[in-house]
Structure formats: C-alpha cells, structure tokens
Design a protein around this ligand. Structure first.
Ligand code: SAM
Length: 253
C-alpha cells in the first residue's frame, strides 16, 4: 500500500481503561470464542500440540482460557492492566505480563498468537517489523506465529464514517469509526456511558489503528526467518473481508 506517514501510537496508552475493558469483555470477546477452536486446529496441524503459547495483546483472556483448557501453558501479554485483571479471572492457570508490544521482551515459546487486529494497533511499520524479529527469536525452530491483521480491503469495503451503538447490562457503548483510505488509518472514538447509577462516569477513548497490505507483511516475516501462509480467515465459521490470517512457521536457520 502507499506508505502512510509513520507516527507513534501516542494517546493509545490510555486505551482499554477500566470502563471500556469491562464492556469489551462483555460485548466483543465473542470473536475470540468463535475462533478459539480454529486457532487450536492450526497449532495442532503445524505440530504444536503441547507447550508454551504466548498471546500478544491477550485482552480479557478469552483465548488464553481456551488454550489453557486445551493443555497449553499460556502467557498473555497486554499493556492494559484492566484487561489483564479480567484475564486472570477467566484463565487462572495462565500467566500474564503487563507490557507494551513495541518493546516487550518475549518469553521462549512453541507458538505465539495475536488475534482480533491487535497488531494493527502498532501504527508504525518499523514497530511491526521489529516485533517480528523478537517473535522469531522467542520461537523454537518449527514454532508457529499465528495472527490476523486488517488490510486495506477493510477500508475499501466499509464506509469512511460509521456510528454504532452497543448495549450491555450496565452500559451503552457508542463507537464512531473514521476510515482514512489514503493514510491507511482507522480511528475509533469510543464512549462508554454507564446505564445504572453506579457512581462511574462516562469514559472516552481514542483508538488508532493502521491497516497493512498482506504482501509486504509476508516479506517482513520471511526476512525475519519464517515460512509464511496466508488464509482468508480462521478455520471454521469466522471469515471477514478485510481481515487476513497469517500462519508463519519459524525456519530452522
Ligand atoms: C482488539 S483487543 C484484542 C484482544 C484479544 N486479543 C481478543 O482477541 O479479543 C486489542 C488488545 O491489544 C492490546 N494492545 C494494543 N496495543 C498494544 C501494545 N502496543 N502493547 C500491548 N498491548 C496492546 C489492548 O490493550 C487490547 O487488550
């Protein structure tokens, strides 16, 4: 894709705060639930049937819980402490670390996964490329790096502006989406409004993401030491235009 201006994530460190993290867990963790068995299927097909799986941007721990139940030792990494507090409850046998993926030292692993466009939060290509290098060093030869990314197709197939509203038991979440095709950016302005008189106030977060064209991503993965396959979705039911799944296997040398 045309190279968008590189800029640091900036205000993104304030995102997935306590109010929205709880709503994310209640309204959006269905995605991780729907793909979890497909993730395990890919890991197993690639020979990772046991061992350590690191979940990058693990959020509220939905996938971590599923992987733990399937016998993997799971380490979840996320920079949102509210997300990790939720994750610890649903996946009590997993370990969790608060860290930013742009700098985090990654533990040795048999597989590393990252789902639901978490890596699109790395809005500078160099951060994604450096992460690929650290992932390659953390994985054993034959280890699997499985992740999805939103691609420029997401911007082509959806309107430049959208306003959506969701209702959970305790809050209303209003999401304003702005898609910028030329810069390859997606901005979500997310307002969480409590429905009950709980004493909590309205919270506003701005989420900045960047789409990545699949071909350069594949090249960066190969340069980092991976064999790469692309899939239009996770096995089973979940497929979404504009989301590509990458299955990268660490080469022996
Ligand atoms: C869209 S949620 C996905 C959560 C989970 N993977 C899932 O499938 O539901 C993105 C997650 O990535 C985390 N995240 C975003 N940027 C990050 C960064 N630079 N370092 C660590 N975590 C990050 C957020 O805190 C959030 O929990």
């Amino acid at each position: 894709m045309a190279s968008p201006r590189e800029r640091p994530a900036g205000a993104a460190s304030q995102i997935f705060g306590p109010a929205f993290a709880a709503e994310y867990a209640s309204l959006w963790s269905q995605f991780a639930r729907r793909i979890a068995s497909g993730v395990v299927r890919i890991l197993q097909r690639k020979g990772v049937r046991t061992g350590t799986v690191v979940d990058l941007g693990c959020g509220p721990g939905t996938l971590a819980a599923h992987l733990s139940a399937r016998g993997y030792q799971v380490i979840g990494i996320d920079r949102s402490q509210p997300m990790l507090s939720l994750a610890q409850v649903v996946a009590p046998t997993a370990r969790f670390m608060v860290a930013d993926l742009r700098q985090a030292r990654l533990p040795a692993a048999d597989a590393i996964v990252s789902t639901f466009d978490t890596l699109n939060y790395l809005t500078r290509a160099q951060d994604l490329r450096r992460l690929f290098g650290r992932v390659a060093r953390a994985l054993r030869p034959g280890g699997v790096f499985l992740f999805d990314l939103l691609t420029p197709d997401e911007l082509r197939r959806n309107p430049p502006e959208e306003h959506l509203a969701y209702r959970s038991a305790v809050a209303i979440v209003v999401v304003e989406i702005k898609r910028r095709r030329r810069s390859g950016r997606i901005r979500h302005t997310i307002t969480t409004l409590p429905r009950l008189a709980t004493g909590t106030s309205r919270a506003v977060e701005i989420h900045e993401q960047r789409v990545f064209a699949p071909r350069p991503v594949e090249q960066w993965l190969r340069a980092a030491g991976f064999e790469v396959r692309r899939r239009p979705g996770y096995p089973g039911r979940f497929r979404q235009a504009g989301r590509t799944v990458f299955v990268a296997v660490r080469r022996a040398s």
